[in-house]
Ligand binder design. Structure first.
Ligand SMILES: Cc1cc2nc3c(=O)[nH]c(=O)nc-3n(C[C@H](O)[C@H](O)[C@H](O)COP(=O)(O)O)c2cc1C
Length: 286
C-alpha cells in the first residue's frame, strides 16, 4: 500500500513539474513574441520587397493570432457561385476507372504539344470531377476531391473550351453542386487565352484550359490575411488532381502560372480583387 502511495506521490510531483515547465515555456514564447523579440521582428526592421512583405505579413505569430481575434474580418460570401440566367450543360456521370495511382504519379509530366483530336464530354466531366467534385459529407457540408482549409473552398473553376466534342466553344463555370457547366460567354477564346498567357501557344492549342480563381473572403472571413496563402495552396492541390487525372485518361496537360492577371481576370469576368485568377491548367489529347 505504502509502495503504491509512494509511486503516486512521485508521479504527481513529476506531473506538476512537467506542467510548470510547459507553462514556463509557453509563457516565454508568448512574451518574446508579444514584445517583438522573435526572429521576425528583425526582418521588420529592414526594407522588404513586395514578395517578402506578403510572406511576412501573412506569417503567423502568437501576437498576430491573438490580435486577429479582435480584428474585423470581411463577411462570409456565399459558398457556391452561380450564374442564375446561364445556359446549364449537365455533365455525364464521372465513372471512369483508370490506371493505378502509383503509375499515374510515375508517368505525370507536363505536355505542351497536343493532337487535333477533340476531348470528349466524358473526359471533361472526369477532369472536373477530379478537380473539385463532391465526394463526401461532413454532417450537411459537402466535401470535395481536393482538401480545403476549414472546408471553406475558396476556389472556383472555369473552363475555356476550345475543342470538346458536343460542347460549343466558350467559357463555362463549373457548378460543383450539380456537376454541371454554366455558360459564361460563347465563342472561340483561343487567341485571348494565348495572349493573356504571355503568348504561350499551348493555351490556344489545348482542348480546354481550366482557370482556377479564388474568392478570397471565403477564407479571409475565418483566417484573416493568412487566408490568401491557403487559397494559393488549394489551387496547387486542384491542379495536381487535374495532372494525375489527365495521365490516367491518356491526355497531356500543363499547369501555367505565368499569365497577365488583368487579362485573364477580364476574360472570365472577375474583378481581380474579390475574386482573382490564380492558376491555369491546359489539357489536350496526345
Ligand atoms: C507554379 C507553377 C507554374 C508553372 N507555370 C508554367 C508556365 O507558365 N508555363 C509552362 O509551360 N509550364 C509551367 N509550369 C510547369 C513546369 O514548367 C513543369 O512542371 C516543370 O518544368 C517540371 O516538368 P514536369 O511537370 O514535366 O515534371 C509551372 C509549374 C508550376 C508548379
Amino acid at each position: 500500500m505504502y509502495h503504491y502511495h509512494k509511486i503516486f506521490k512521485n508521479d504527481m510531483q513529476m506531473y506538476l513539474n512537467i506542467r510548470t515547465l510547459s507553462l514556463a515555456i509557453a509563457g516565454f514564447v508568448l512574451f518574446t513574441d508579444f514584445f517583438g523579440l522573435s526572429a521576425y521582428s528583425k526582418d521588420a526592421e529592414k526594407e522588404l520587397s513586395p514578395g517578402e512583405r506578403f510572406h511576412h505579413e501573412t506569417s503567423l505569430t502568437w501576437r498576430g493570432v491573438i490580435g486577429d481575434v479582435f480584428r474585423s474580418k470581411p463577411k462570409k460570401p456565399p459558398q457556391y457561385k452561380n450564374y442564375p440566367d446561364a445556359k446549364i450543360i449537365k455533365l455525364p456521370k464521372p465513372a471512369y476507372r483508370g490506371i493505378p495511382l502509383e503509375e499515374a504519379i510515375g508517368k505525370r509530366r507536363s505536355f505542351r504539344n497536343y493532337s487535333s483530336k477533340p476531348l470528349t464530354m466524358s473526359q471533361l466531366s472526369q477532369l472536373l470531377f477530379s478537380a473539385q467534385g463532391i465526394t463526401g459529407k461532413l454532417y450537411d457540408l459537402p466535401l470535395r476531391t481536393a482538401p480545403s482549409a476549414g472546408a471553406l473552398y475558396p476556389i472556383e473553376v472555369y473552363v475555356i473550351a476550345n475543342d470538346v466534342e458536343g460542347l460549343p466553344c466558350g467559357i463555362y463555370h463549373y457548378a460543383v453542386l450539380n456537376h454541371s457547366l454554366e455558360l459564361v460567354k460563347s465563342g472561340d477564346f483561343s487567341k485571348e487565352i494565348t495572349a493573356g498567357g504571355l503568348e504561350q501557344e499551348m493555351l490556344g492549342d489545348a482542348d480546354v484550359t481550366f482557370v482556377l480563381s479564388a474568392i478570397f473572403d471565403r477564407v479571409r472571413h475565418k483566417y484573416g490575411e493568412r487566408g490568401f496563402r491557403y487559397a494559393y495552396i488549394e489551387a496547387g492541390h486542384i491542379s495536381q488532381n487535374i495532372y494525375l487525372q489527365a495521365v490516367s485518361l491518356g491526355l497531356g496537360s500543363v499547369s501555367v502560372g505565368a499569365f497577365l492577371d488583368e487579362k485573364i481576370n477580364e476574360l472570365i469576368g472577375v474583378d481581380g480583387q474579390t475574386e482573382a485568377v490564380l492558376y491555369l491548367h491546359a489539357v489536350g489529347t496526345l
